[in-house]
Design a protein around this ligand. Structure first.
Ligand code: SAM
Ligand code: DTB
Ligand code: SF4
Length: 325
């Protein structure tokens, strides 16, 4: 995605080094992150992405953070796969609001075969024909499914490692870290760009964050897109009363991701509603260059578009312009 794949891009980061970056005094850390950021990105621009849940709830996985898991009672009703027309209408609306990337999420353990998968391919072709980047997150993929999505024009596939290999078992028991890595390998092999990140604020410690960042930053090439989610605590899930995370830990995580993966898009993803405007500003200074825009993430609320526009205006920042179809 970024033409400047220069020699400052490394794939051999060690946990100790990652920790020593993360723990730098904030002025040092932000200075380093900004210096790297400016070599690869326009520091006043953020990309707006829009999310749509095309298949909600009833998921057989037990991810402790997720309201869509059938294991917990988060009060969500289970919905069938959305139609192509309704999905494309949402994409068009998102484009009118300034989004240049449309991300379709489904509460599946793995992407389906047959008619439902054909329908997904149709949605991908439709979003691409609107001139937008198309991203999907459908659970695990086979190599053949990844190839079919690539042929339909899919820009990126989101599949998060979520946390460190060590903490992972506390959060998810129904699939392994290796399952996730296998799907990521299929996506990479098919030539689709990789969107892979994690969640912080789930009770993990700093070492878990370093280990997650190590898993991401030692991939060769780096994931082109790295979503950093702050846990959205949803009633009924096992993490509903997780301890509040200091927002400076989020800024440190973003800054470290930016330094480790200079050319990648680092996305300030879920959790913005629990951040002050100032904390969000700090995340942009730390090198975040994308947000989800629109009042809903997949199933939980997100800041209103008008409040994001106001915030970006106050910061003297703007949305990245997109290709028009
Ligand atoms: N079912 C597919 C999967 O898990 O791969 C795709 C959809 S899933 C909802 C996409 C991602 O959303 C998860 O990997 C997780 O990182 C993030 N997510 C889900 N619930 C969240 C929450 N409550 N707070 C923050 N991030 C969350
Ligand atoms: C990602 O890392 N974050 C987005 C996207 N990838 C699919 C999802 C956030 C979901 C937050 C909880 C919800 O709204 O259900
Ligand atoms: Fe299912 Fe994805 Fe939620 Fe896990 S994160 S329960 S796989 S929808």
């Amino acid at each position: 995605m970024n033409p400047r794949q220069t020699s400052d891009i490394r794939f051999d980061w060690k946990v100790a080094e990652i920790g020593s970056i993360y723990e730098l005094p904030i002025p040092e850390l932000l200075y380093r992150a900004q210096s790297v950021h400016r070599l690869h990105h326009i520091p006043t621009e953020v990309q707006a992405c829009s999310l749509l849940s095309i298949k909600t709830g009833g998921c057989p996985e037990d991810c402790a953070y997720c309201p869509q898991s059938a294991h917990y009672a988060a009060g969500l009703s289970k919905e069938p796969l959305m139609g192509v027309r309704e999905t494309l209408a949402a994409a068009e609306h998102a484009r009118e609001q300034g989004a240049t990337r449309f991300c379709m999420g489904a509460a599946w353990r793995s992407a389906p075969e047959g008619e439902d998968f054909e329908q997904i391919l149709e949605m991908v072709r439709g979003v691409r024909s609107l001139g937008m980047e198309a991203c999907c997150t459908l659970g695990m993929l086979t190599r053949l499914q990844a190839e079919a999505l690539a042929a339909a024009g899919l820009t990126a596939y989101n599949h998060n490692l979520d946390t460190s290999p060590e903490f992972y078992g506390e959060i998810i028991t129904t699939r392994t870290y290796q399952d996730r890595l296998d799907t990521l390998a299929h996506v990479r092999h098919a030539g689709i760009s990789v969107c892979c990140g994690g969640i912080i604020g789930m009770g993990e410690n700093r070492l878990d964050r370093y280990r997650l960042l190590e898993q991401l930053a030692c991939q060769h090439p780096h994931p082109e897109s790295v979503p950093i989610n702050l846990l959205v605590k949803v009633g009924g899930t096992p993490l509903e009363s997780a301890a509040e995370l200091d927002s400076l830990e989020l800024a440190r995580t973003i800054a470290t991701a930016r330094i480790l993966m200079p050319a990648s898009m680092v996305r300030l993803s879920a959790g913005r509603l629990s951040l002050s405007d100032e904390a969000q500003a700090l995340c942009f200074v730390a090198g975040a260059n994308s947000i989800f825009m629109g009042e809903k993430l997949l199933t939980t609320p997100n800041p209103a578009q008008t409040s994001d526009e106001k915030l970006l205006g106050r910061l003297g920042m703007r949305l990245r312009a997109g290709a028009q179809a």
